[in-house]
Design a protein around this ligand. Sequence first.
Ligand code: AMP
Length: 467
Amino acid sequence: MLIYNSLTEKKEILKKPFFRKLKLFVCGPTVYDSPHIGNLRTFMSFDIIVRYLRSRGFKVFYLQNITDVDDKIIARAEQEKTSWKNISERYEKEFIENNTLLNIGMVDRYARATDHIPAIISQVTTLIKKGYAYRIDGDGWYFDLSKFPDYGKLAHRTIAQAEDGVSRIDTSRNKKNTGDFCLWKFSSSENKKYEPSWDAPFGSGRPGWHIEDTAITESFFGIQYDIHGGGVDLKFPHHEAEIAQQESASGKKPFVKLWMHVGFLQVNGQKMSKSLGNFVTVHDILSKLSPDEFRLLILQHHYRAAFNFSDDAVSFTKTNFRQIVDFLAQLALVAEKGSGKNEDVLRAEITKFEVSFHKAMEDDFNTPEALAALHTLMNAAYNDLYSLSPRVAQKTREVCISSLKNLGFKDILPAIPEKVSELVAERELSRIHKQFTHADALRNDVRALGYEVEDTPLGPFVRKSIK
Ligand code: AMP
């Protein structure tokens, strides 16, 4: 299993650890608003990655944080004249509901920042004691980047290039170095009503953005672990700051062995984001694509590559999904009614598919290649689909279904409603008795229920109509 490591900029072999689970942490959402499909690209990509690893026998402990304390949450609370807790609980609930809708279900443990305040206070205390943090009166505690020469090793930058690293609550005129980031923000008097605050020996306040992740991972995994993931925008400064915090606090390197970053979902070449206003919500996407179709849209692109979301991408995905679903349904028809005798037809192609599918997935989760392998098998089968032997059709179907399920598809075998099946059976009888006008009327009745009938050498084949 080869995985591209952003830290070394190379593909590396991922080994199964002995007697323990692989420890994976992925940066979760900041719960201040409804997520857009850019956020979901990252979460769905890791869902696919973990599903595949588990299907290959890797035991994984998949941990994800939920940022439920942040400037954006406080600003939203102030805007709505409600508590920060109301805001974070509302959007956390929505996040979990979206995950369920989209079958994003591999996370073992979600960890809220506010449930880990003692661990955060303990890390900040260590950093202060070891001389990595300094206090700015009336503001907070900051990490001193000049004390950590390795800063920039993940994003391949230097400390001097940290000026654009200022993010979220890190702006302060009194910092020692431009890129220094906030570890702990003192409570402000004017915002008290909307802003959470916790007592700490170094002053009451709230955690900075980066410290929650290292405190959470240290609580669950210890000071070092296997894989850290997130969107590519988090590589710098967020992940860089995490490295600085944890390696300084523990004195142990590397904090994380392997870093994985998901490319942007874009619109016209620009990152999809709330601030640019070019975003598509889950609600919007589910009015155009089913959860499985959205998954296919994600799978059609390698997880590290940026890709554009567009109407063309949506219709291409719908067609692709339909081809796959129809193929499986046609194979079911052949498995049930076929009379082909040659058991060797397609045998080599099935083996080739299995080999190519896993080869692609084991090469840094190359999902476009894995899907291409499926289409190669489909093309080979379509050479003479209705002459396949029932056993071969069944075997082909099983192999495809198992591969697709391992990628997280759940509705690839849509059931035909009983009423539709009855009408189709009646139409078939009418056709046999040459009552073609009645048969056509029944076809229209089927169509009115949202289905199409196609006549094949093995009898009628029914599929959902395209919307
Ligand atoms: P946030 O809620 O802003 O903290 O983001 C949650 C996750 O979504 C992070 O891992 C981000 O890197 C990721 N993300 C945000 N926008 C995009 C995008 N347009 N494409 C891919 N991932 C994104």
